[in-house]
Ligand binder design. Structure first.
Ligand code: NAP
Length: 282
């Protein structure tokens, strides 16, 4: 007779950032694959998840709070930040140690746009890690929803910049495969959508999907900075964002086939995202 642990017969995946744009897609994709999913949040009372998801309280800035959440967990999806302003987590080594002690085998990390202490700790931590490096999320277009809805207008800088923007569901799908199948350990996956589109093309796709024209007004760099300031963004973030818009690096505007290669399904186009989210723009 072989001895099997509960974790081997019923592996559980713990998803951090599970209430967020990408994490909720990781949850959904794991469920679709018939996996047991535990969702981490700092405030279970505010969180809503699909049926079958176990919700646990925990804070990544306080690794001791993850101990119970990690019981029986073999697959872990991590974000690299903690808090409203995306401050990089400094608790990576303790999180990795706690995960290893709990029996976690595979970890996916959502890259935070550059090196972070948490990602460094995961890479050095002796677990089977996979780093997810998505380009711009399609969901970022939701920042235009209110203007489009109330004024039939979108105001944005650099309207001809190209972006190979990715559907957040496809990031979730790549994570779910990496957590549940062999062959993804030690890999960094750049994840893009199937097309590089300009802001003009994105706005036209949204207008088509919602069935009403949208006027696109190009903002100067200064006007864009002014607006971000008014929204409460700090100067560092404003300068960083404007630089990414102005000088989008080749990997941000070049389509790669990671989604197809890893998941066996084609990456979802922006038109599909726009159709699904059209009500937010009407
Ligand atoms: N937007 C883009 O175009 C883009 C492109 C590439 C990479 N990225 C990266 O994607 C990441 C953002 O992902 P997202 O948009 O999915 O996030 P998001 O929607 O802003 O969600 C934030 C999530 O973080 C969780 N969280 C925050 N602090 C926490 C803490 N101390 N302990 C536990 N959970 C905590 C929140 O959970 P609770 O509030 O429920 O606790 C929430 O689920 C960033 O690292 C960014 O650099 C973004």
């Amino acid at each position: 007779m072989t001895n099997t642990t509960a974790a081997e017969t019923h592996p559980v995946h713990l998803v951090s950032g599970a209430t967020g744009t990408v994490g909720r897609e990781v949850v959904r994709e794991l469920l679709e694959r018939g996996q047991r999913v535990r969702a981490l949040t700092r405030d279970p009372a505010k969180a809503a998840f699909p049926e079958g998801v176990e919700v646990v309280r925990g804070d990544l800035t306080d690794p001791a709070s993850l101990k119970d959440a990690l019981t029986g967990v073999t697959g872990l999806h991590l974000i690299t930040f903690g808090g409203a302003a995306f401050q990089p987590l400094e608790t990576g080594p303790e999180i990795v140690r706690t995960a290893r002690d709990a029996g976690v085998r595979r970890v996916t990390v959502l890259n935070g746009g550059g090196p972070t202490p948490l990602e460094d700790a995961v890479r050095a931590g002796g677990l089977d890690w996979t780093v997810l490096m998505p380009v711009e999320f399609m969901a970022n277009a939701l920042e235009w929803a209110e203007e489009a809805r109330t004024r039939d207008t979108v105001r944005a800088p650099f309207v001809d910049r190209l972006s190979a923007l990715v559907h957040e569901g496809d990031i979730g799908a790549v994570a779910a495969v990496a957590l549940t199948e062999e062959g993804h350990a030690g890999k960094e996956y750049l994840i893009t959508g199937p097309q590089a589109l300009t802001v003009r093309e994105k706005v036209a796709a949204i207008a088509g999907a919602r069935g009403r024209d949208i006027e696109l007004v190009e903002l100067s760099e200064e006007e864009a900075a002014e607006r971000m300031r008014a929204e409460g963004q700090d100067e560092y973030t404003i300068a960083w964002l404007l630089d990414v818009y102005k000088n989008t690096p080749p990997e941000g505007r070049t389509v790669v086939d990671t989604v197809q290669r890893v998941t066996g399904r084609p990456a979802r186009p922006f038109a599909a995202w726009a159709e699904a989210h059209a009500p937010a723009f009407r």
